[in-house]
Design a protein around this ligand. Structure first.
Ligand SMILES: O=C(O)[C@H](O)[C@@H](O)[C@H](O)[C@H](O)COP(=O)(O)O
Length: 296
């Protein structure tokens, strides 16, 4: 049994606390929302943990995570270990690790995949940091990861930053896979060559080359709403796809699929596009091709 402080009890952290507790570990949670929090503050959380402590930060990436790490750098003591399990950019990890190392506090960065299903199915984990810190946190990783061989749901990817780097690439792949399924869905819908689009997609789940968990989730979504017409085609992104492409450029790696998937999300947010107005204007200028005027 291991004792863990867990900060951030949102969709991910809350479920992780449940899974860890179900595995017999002691979890002291902190969240700004007092309804789900076990403690009133980060300081109280630190007080409630036995030394040397392990704290897991599961708050939104960027400023909220950076702030939490800075606060912990004042509250934790030499020999403690901080784990960032959020979707932080890998470049933040070096900054966090150095701040904490100056006080003798260890640091691990962990990419956590599995979303709201992780509580039941386990979370895929990608870890960056020192071997000794990884070994220390292994009972936590073992409780969080899916059942089965460890190496199939867990990797110690390398030194600090490698865990979040692996998660970033994982998410870039996620963008591309989702976009490919989505384009196939649209073509099936538009062409009207198959009688029942959701049934055809459901029938891909076993035996086919494109079967996958994302496909199962698409089937689930189509069971709920066969034409997906309860939704607007508006898609946010939280950064991982952009960072993947930045890295593709830095390493001169062609990544046409992931770029197209990211740009498709940008296009989804436009009601009208200046670029397409310019294309229409140019066709009209050079070829006299018909344009549609606003209001006509
Ligand atoms: O592996 C996962 O469980 C998901 O990738 C998860 O981490 C999250 O849903 C994405 O970060 C969403 O990313 P976007 O907002 O960029 O689509």
């Amino acid at each position: 049994m291991v004792q863990l402080g867990l900060v951030g009890l949102g969709k991910m952290g809350f479920n992780m606390r449940e899974r860890l507790r179900a595995a017999g570990h002691e979890v002291v949670g902190y969240d700004r929302n007092p309804e789900v929090s076990d403690t009133g503050s980060l300081a109280e959380l630190v007080d409630r943990l036995d030394s040397p402590r392990i704290v897991w930060v599961m708050v939104p990436a960027g400023e909220p995570t950076r702030q939490t790490v800075v606060e912990f750098s004042e509250l934790l003591r030499e020999g403690d270990l901080l784990i960032d399990g959020g979707n932080s950019k890998f470049t933040d990890d070096k900054i966090n690790a150095e701040l904490l190392a100056a006080k003798g506090i260890g640091y691990l960065d962990v990419g956590v995949s599995g979303g709201v299903w992780g509580r039941e199915n386990g979370y895929g984990l990608m870890v960056g940091g020192a071997e000794s810190d990884v070994a220390r946190a292994m009972p936590i990783f073992d409780a969080l990861r899916p059942e089965g061989p460890r190496e199939e749901g867990f990797s110690h990817a390398g030194s600090v930053g490698a865990g979040h780097y692996a998660k970033m690439v994982h998410n870039g792949i996620e963008y591309g896979l989702m976009q490919a399924y989505a384009e196939g869905f649209e073509l099936l819908e538009a062409a009207k060559m198959v009688d029942n689009v959701p049934q055809v997609i459901k029938g891909w789940q076993r035996g086919t080359v494109v079967r996958s968990w994302l496909l199962e989730l698409l089937v689930r979504a189509l069971d709920e709403d066969p034409e997906l017409d309860d939704l607007e085609g508006y898609v946010e992104d939280s950064g991982e796809g952009r960072w993947t492409l930045e890295e593709a450029i830095n390493n001169s790696v062609p990544a046409p699929v992931i770029s197209a998937a990211l740009f498709a999300r940008f296009a989804s947010r436009q009601e009208d596009s200046a670029a397409m107005r310019a294309v229409a204007a140019l066709r009209n200028q050079f070829g006299g091709h018909a344009v549609r005027k606003v209001g006509e």
